[in-house]
Every structure is written in C-alpha cells, then in structure tokens.
Design a protein around this ligand. Structure first.
Ligand code: FAD
Length: 407
C-alpha cells in the first residue's frame, strides 16, 4: 500500500491542473450563470479534454484505465474546477460501448466518439421509480428485428443533448435489459429540468413513444458477442483471453458494475469540490484580518480547517480504494463504492458549508466561488443512490442478503 502518488501520477496531476487552469477555468463562471449548455457548447468543452487524453474511445480508455489512480486524479481535478464538466464527460460513458456495436453503428458513430463529439447518457430513473428502480415501468417489446420502447425517464444527466442513451427497461418477459438508443435512428423527445447546482450540465426527461430500437442494440448481447469473438477481442483490447474480462463482469449484475464505477467517481468528484473549498479557505484565513490579526490565528477557525481536512482526506482515500476495487472487478467494490459515495458526498456538503462560514459575507456572494461549491456539493447526495440508500447497501453487504432493509 502506497499513500504517495508516483512520479508519473504527479506529472499527470500537474499537466491536467495546468490544462484546467488555462483552458477550462475561464469558461466556468459565465457558463454556470447562463445555465444548461447547448449541445455545441458541451461538445466544444468535451473536445478540449481530448488534448489531455480524456476521451471515450477505447484507445484512450485503455490508457487511462491502465492505472486506476489516473482516473481518480482526473475525476478529482476536473471537479475541483468544474463539476458540470465532470458530469457531462463522465455520464457520456455509454459512448465507449460503440466499439462493441454493430458494423453499421460503429461506422456512423465511432469517428464521432474518437473526436469527442458524441454525448451519452444513462437512463434508469423514472418519475415513480427513483431509489426503488425495480418499480420501473418502461418496456421494450420485441417486434421482429426491433424493440418497441414505451415509457419515460427523468433526472437524466445530459438527457436533453445526448446522441446516445443507455436505457434500462423491462422486456416482454419482465426481464431487465439495457439498450443503446441512438437518437438519430430511434428518435425520442426530451424535456429540460433546472436545478440548484451543476447548472451548466443539462439534465432532463426522456419520452419514448413507440420508439423502435434495433434488436442488436441490446447491450448484454452486444458485449457477450464481442467477448466470445477472440479475434475482435484481440484486435480491440490486445487480449484474446475472455476470462480476463469475465472477472470484471462476473459475480455482479450489470447495474451494480455501473453503479460501482459511478459511485467511486462521485466520491472523488466530492473530494475535488471539497479540496477546492479547503484550498480557498486556507488562503483566505491568512489574508483576512479581524480584531487586529489574521482570522487563521483563531482556534475556532483552525477547528473548522481541521474538520474540513479530515473529511476531504478520508473522502479521497475511500474514493481511490473504491475505484481500484471497481476496476479490478472485485465483488468488494459494491460495499466500498457505497461507503465512499455515502461518506464523501455528505462530507463535501459539510466542507463547503464551513468554507462559506470561514469567508463570512463574502462566502455568500456570487463574486466568490464558495456559494457555487456549496450548491455543487449539495447535488451529490441524491444521484446514483441517495446517502440513505448507500447506508442500506452497506448494511446489506455487512450483514447479508437476509438483512436487506429495502427488499
Ligand atoms: C443532479 C441529478 C442527476 C441525476 N442523474 C441521473 C442520471 O444520469 N440517470 C438516472 O437514471 N438518474 C439520475 N438521477 C436520478 C437519481 O438517481 C434519483 O434522483 C435518486 O435515485 C433518488 O430518487 P428520487 O429522486 O426519486 O427520490 P426518492 O427515491 O423518492 O427518495 C426520496 C427520499 O426518500 C429516501 N428513501 C427512499 N427509499 C428509502 C429507504 N428504503 N429507506 C430510507 N430512505 C429512503 C431517499 O433517501 C430520499 O431522501 C439524477 C438525479 C439528480 C438530482
């Protein structure tokens, strides 16, 4: 176990910090005040990230995933500067599946993925199925070579601008399936929602009304076919032995694998926001003077800095551990990612609250970024399972299925 970043990881952190300061930071205030990005604005941001190797084509993913710490650094550093961008890029992850798709879909969409121009979204939540996603009503009924999809989804990050949706729904046998819905081929309507934080990230509803999706877009079949074909596997991944990948998909349901990644990422996103609030606070307490001395000399201020630091550091450690377990396909990642997400997202709310307190009136002013840190942190405790749900998952993992509080 090594608690220091190595030379390569430090270099990556430095280079991404420099890039974010130069290319991304200047966009944040104006875009957050303006509200949800248009598709063109989102793609322009996404394309900037390509310059530092942050992209969703398989080559870039292979390079980034070679070291889980690199992905963690990316999530933390991006969120330290602009959580809305983390959400747009992170939730576009279904674009990575295009490499496993049909020839026709690959031909049309892979070039866009390679240029960081394809926006994705992941849709499971429905108006009546939030924490209890088993109550989901959206159906996909097979009709010849196509599924006919009916239903609606809500609170979908990137939903209003996505080209590609990874849709979770029930088939005619009431079995849960995952479909890649390509909006150009299978059009669906969307609506926009406005929210407290992550204001530049478009979030909204999706409406499927007899939407026809080719049968070959069933994700599990798509991935299964790919893994079963050693030549294609070797061509794309450099590894022809499918058993290596069975470790990643074995033992956990697809949504638990996805959630383990998303929750670990959310924990590190929280650590990034907390770090931004802590850094600004450390600077401010040295500069701001009251009662004839810098406020940093007051013990109650130092106590707040202590609390903020312990919450930020513990979030980071839990986040990196959860991400490492998720990438190795460990079944322990379910507990680890819920523990990390539950802790780090609640922690970020407390850290950003204290950061506002330390900044006094300035903390509440939109001339300073503190109020945005707080709004962005407040978003974290709801998506990908609320803090309450994370506690119940940890309880179930610790005590066993028979003790599940939500079955
Ligand atoms: C900014 C944002 C982005 C999102 N992005 C996506 C996305 O990209 N894709 C997607 O599919 N969804 C997304 N969601 C939806 C998100 O996953 C749901 O909002 C979340 O799962 C909670 O569901 P709900 O809002 O319906 O709340 P509810 O499930 O109605 O919960 C309401 C309250 O009841 C509590 N509660 C519920 N059940 C229990 C229980 N058994 N025990 C104790 N307390 C309980 C909850 O913790 C919460 O406090 C997003 C949400 C937000 C806010």
């Amino acid at each position: 176990m090594d608690f220091e970043f190595d030379e390569d990881q430090n270099m990556f952190r430095e280079s991404i910090r420099e890039f974010l300061e130069k290319e991304i930071s200047p966009l944040v205030d104006e875009q957050e005040k303006k509200g949800p990005m248009t598709k063109e604005e989102a793609i322009a941001v996404f394309k900037k990230f390509k310059k530092v190797g942050i992209a969703l084509d398989l080559e870039s993913i292979k390079e980034l995933a070679a070291d889980p710490v690199t992905i963690g650094i990316m999530a933390e550093e991006m969120s330290r500067v602009w959580p809305s961008a983390t959400a747009i890029i992170g939730l576009s992850f279904p674009a990575a599946l295009i490499s496993f798709a049909s020839e026709e879909m690959m031909r049309r969409l892979l070039p866009k993925v390679k240029r960081n121009e394809l926006i994705g979204c992941y849709a499971i939540t429905e108006p009546e199925a939030g924490s209890d996603n088993r109550a989901m009503q959206t159906t996909a009924v097979l009709d010849g070579d196509e599924y006919v999809v009916n239903g609606s989804k809500t609170w979908i990050s990137n939903g209003p601008i996505a080209d590609l949706c990874m849709l979770v729904c029930n088939d005619e046998n009431k079995e849960r399936i995952f479909l890649l819905v390509d909006k150009e081929v299978s059009p669906f309507d969307t609506g926009e929602l406005h929210k407290l934080g992550w204001r530049a990230d478009p979030t909204g509803e999706l409406f499927f009304d007899d939407c026809r999706v080719p049968k070959e877009n069933n994700v599990m079949e798509m991935v299964g076919n790919f893994i079963a074909d050693p030549d294609r596997l070797a061509e794309l991944t450099g590894e022809s032995d499918a058993s290596k990948y069975m470790g990643i998909i074995g033992g956990m349901s697809p949504e638990n694998i996805i959630f383990a990644f998303l929750r670990s990422g959310m924990a590190l996103m929280s650590a990034g926001i907390s770090q931004a609030a802590l850094d600004d606070s450390i600077k401010y307490v040295k500069e701001r003077a009251q009662f004839g001395r810098p406020i940093g000399k007051f013990q109650l201020i130092q106590e707040m800095l202590y609390n903020m630091t312990v919450l930020t550091e513990s979030s980071r450690l839990l986040g990196y551990r959860a991400l490492t377990l998720a990438l190795s396909g460990s079944p322990k990642s379910r507990l680890a990612s819920s523990l990390a997400k539950g802790h780090a997202c609640d922690a970020a709310v407390k850290v950003t609250y204290d950061a506002i307190q330390i900044h006094g009136g300035n903390g509440l002013s939109d001339e300073y970024p503190l109020e945005r840190y707080f709004r962005d942190a407040r978003m974290l405790t709801i998506p990908d399972g609320t803090s309450e749900i994370q506690k119940l998952i940890v309880g179930r993992e610790l005590l066993g299925k028979g003790f599940s509080a939500y079955v």
